[in-house]
Design a protein around this ligand. Sequence first.
Ligand SMILES: *Cc1c(COP(=O)(O)O)cnc(C)c1O
Length: 416
Amino acid sequence: MSIQSFGYRDNVFCCNRTPLTDLAEKVGTPCYVYSGDAIVDNYRAYSRTLENLDHEIHYSVKANSTLGVLSLLTREGAGFDVVSGGELFRVISSGGDPKKVVFSGVGKTPSEIEYALKCGVKMFNCESEPEAHALALTAQKLNKRPDIGFRVNPDINAETHPYIATGMHEHKFGIPIREAEQIYKRFASNDHLNLVGVSCHIGSQIFDSGPFLETLDTITTLVERLKKIDIPISCLDLGGGLAVAYRDSETTPSIEKFLGQLTEKLRGENLHLILEPGRSIVGPAGVLLTRVLYRKRSDAKEFIIVDAAMNDLIRPSLYDSYHEIVPLIRSGRPKIIADIVGPICETGDFLARRREIEDSKPGEVLAVCTAGAYGFALASNYNARPRPPEVLVQNSNFKIIRERESYADLIRGESL
Ligand SMILES: *Cc1c(COP(=O)(O)O)cnc(C)c1O
C-alpha cells in the first residue's frame, strides 16, 4: 500500500501498526490522525538527499500548521516557510526559531512586515517592487537591513490543477522573469535591503521533475546574468511542490529520485539552496477518521452519510480531489458504488462521489487517507461545526495535539 505508515493488520486499519479502532472510540469522530514517525521520515528523506549540498529545508507551514506538527519538525532541525504573520506566530509558539523562517506571500501587510522584522526572520521573499519598497521603509524605521530575495515567476507550466499552479505569467505570484534583471538592478544598492536571493515556487502536486529542472535552469541563468552586473546572489530558494499519491494506483517518484538531477546540477555551484516542501512531508502522514451516520438510497443512487464534512476536509469540494477511503475494519461485505457525503447543507459537500467501497453500516468508522496536508489547515466552522481534534501517533502511543472544539469555542469573541 502506498499509504505511508497506514495499512491493515488482520483486517484492522493501523497507524504505525497500532489499530485505530481504539483511538476512534477514545477520541471520537471526526478526527485527524498523524503518524509522527512518517512526518519525521519524510523530512529526513529530504535532508539525506541534500546532505552534500549547502542547504536548508524550510517546511511550508500552510500545509499543516498545528503546533504539535511544527514542534516535531523543529526538533529535526527544520526551518520554516510562512506566508502570514499568523504562521510566524505559530512557528514561534511551537518553539521554532524565527531566524530559520523565510517569509513568502504576495500580500504581506504593513503590520505583518513589522512583526517579521522585529522577530528577525531569516529572509523575505518579495513578490513585487511596491512590496520591497514597503519593506525598505519599515526596515529603515526599525533600523534593520533584512536579507531579501525576489520571487521570480518563470512562466513555466507545472502541469497540475489550475488552482495550485503558480508559475505562469497569468498568475499573481512573483515578478515576471523578463523584468527580473531590471528590478534586481533597482534594488541592488538599497540601503535598507540586503539583496541575496532568488526564489520561486511553480505550484503544488508536481509529479514530474521536468518543470522543476526547467525552472532551475531559468533561475541559474538569471543568477549568472546578475553576477555579470555585480549583483552577487548567494541563495536559491526553489519552493516546494512535490506530489504525493492520493490514489493507490498512482506512483510518485521518491523524494530522492525527484531531487536527484537537481542535486547533480547544483553540485559545485556556490549557492545556498532552500527548499520549501509542505504536502510531501505531511500529506501521506495523516488520515481523517469519520463515522458512518446513515445509509440512504435515492432511486438507484447510494449514499453513505458520514460525520465529517467539507468544513473538516475541503479538498474534494474545492479541487475535486480524490482521497482513498477505507473501512477501519474490513468486513468482507460486497462492494457498492456510493457517494460519501457529510451533513453540511451544500450539494458540494462530499468526500467522494461514485466511489467503489465495501458497504458500510451506521456506526462503522472510515479512514479518509492522505489527509495530513491542506486538511485541518483549511478546516472551518461552516454550519457552526466545531473543528475536529488532531492526534499524533508515535511508536505505538497517541497524543491529542489539538482538542476538539466546543460550542463555547464557536462563539468566542462575539457579542450581542
Ligand atoms: C504552498 C507553498 C509551498 C509548499 O507547497 P507544497 O506543494 O505543499 O510542497 C512552498 N512555498 C510556497 C511559497 C508556497 O506558497
